[in-house]
Design a protein. Structure first.
Length: 266
């Protein structure tokens, strides 16, 4: 399947900035089932490209001198193959054990530990999907219900959240059981979803009779990743896989507008 994607982020400020630095993870990963045909990143200032610690194609953008607006546009086309029950083929350069460590966003409270004990029974694909279904029921999707700093424990306690919260809670539960699991940021074809086109989901390490490896699960929809998804970055949580993160000097109040288009091509 071909996906044509355009992601525009515009920051505006009430006062001039003198300096901006942003870490951009806006270039899709090259994986066995996902091939980038063409991709372009348009950003102000200087951009330095590199691979981060998790193998994500990243850029550091720096803007010097006075400015009161930033416009970042990532666009291109990629070909995505269908996955067999979410199974990701191919070798990773990192041990899956890297993704058993908790973070401030994925720490387990007593409530999370209890939830994991009740909803994650085993390390196979079906047990992992059972956890996704449990989260789907316990933390319904509510746009704007949380912030990027909301933890897994906070989302469970609140009883509502967005895809980022679902992913963090899933990771926290996996860590309780010692199962490697990682955060995925990317896009989803809106024809398959009523949620945001920018999306977050998880990869979890599955131990099935005929397969041992990463299985990609969309916790928000309690389904396996399909050819309708574009993978941008993976990490331990949102903080290590966010499409855009940064710092600035000056600027007063900030407003942000994001427009994402994902179109399926024949």
């Amino acid at each position: 399947m071909l996906l044509s994607i355009r992601h525009e982020t515009v920051y505006r400020y009430t006062a001039p900035l003198s300096y901006t630095i942003q870490q951009l993870r806006l270039t899709p990963r090259s994986e066995r089932h996902q091939a980038v045909r063409d991709w372009h990143l348009a950003a102000p200032g200087r951009c330095h490209g590199y691979l981060d610690a998790y193998g994500n194609r990243s850029h550091i953008m720096t803007v010097l001198g006075q400015h009161d607006e930033l416009r970042i546009v990532a666009s291109g086309t990629l070909e995505v193959d269908e996955l067999d029950r979410g199974r990701l083929e191919g070798q990773d350069r990192l041990s899956p054990l890297v993704f058993t460590a908790t973070t401030p966003l994925t720490g387990a409270s007593a409530e999370v530990i209890d939830f994991a004990q009740r909803h994650l029974r085993g390390g196979g694909s079906q047990a992992l999907m059972g956890l996704a279904q449990g989260i789907h029921g316990a933390v319904p999707y509510r746009a704007g219900a949380t912030e990027v700093t909301t933890t897994a424990a906070d989302a469970l306690r609140l009883g509502k959240g967005v895809c980022q919260d679902h992913a963090h809670l899933f990771l926290a539960c996996c860590h309780v059981k010692g199962i490697p699991a990682r955060y995925v940021s990317g896009y989803i074809d809106p024809g398959t979803s009523d949620h945001a086109q920018s999306h977050a989901w998880v990869d979890a390490w599955a131990e099935d009779g005929d397969f041992q490896g990463w299985v990609s699960i969309d916790v928000t929809h309690a389904c396996f990743q399909s050819a309708h998804y574009c993978r941008l970055a993976t990490g331990r949580d949102y903080a290590s896989a966010a499409p855009v993160r940064g710092m600035r000097h000056g600027g007063g109040e900030e407003s942000m507008a994001v427009r994402v288009s994902v179109v399926r091509r024949s």
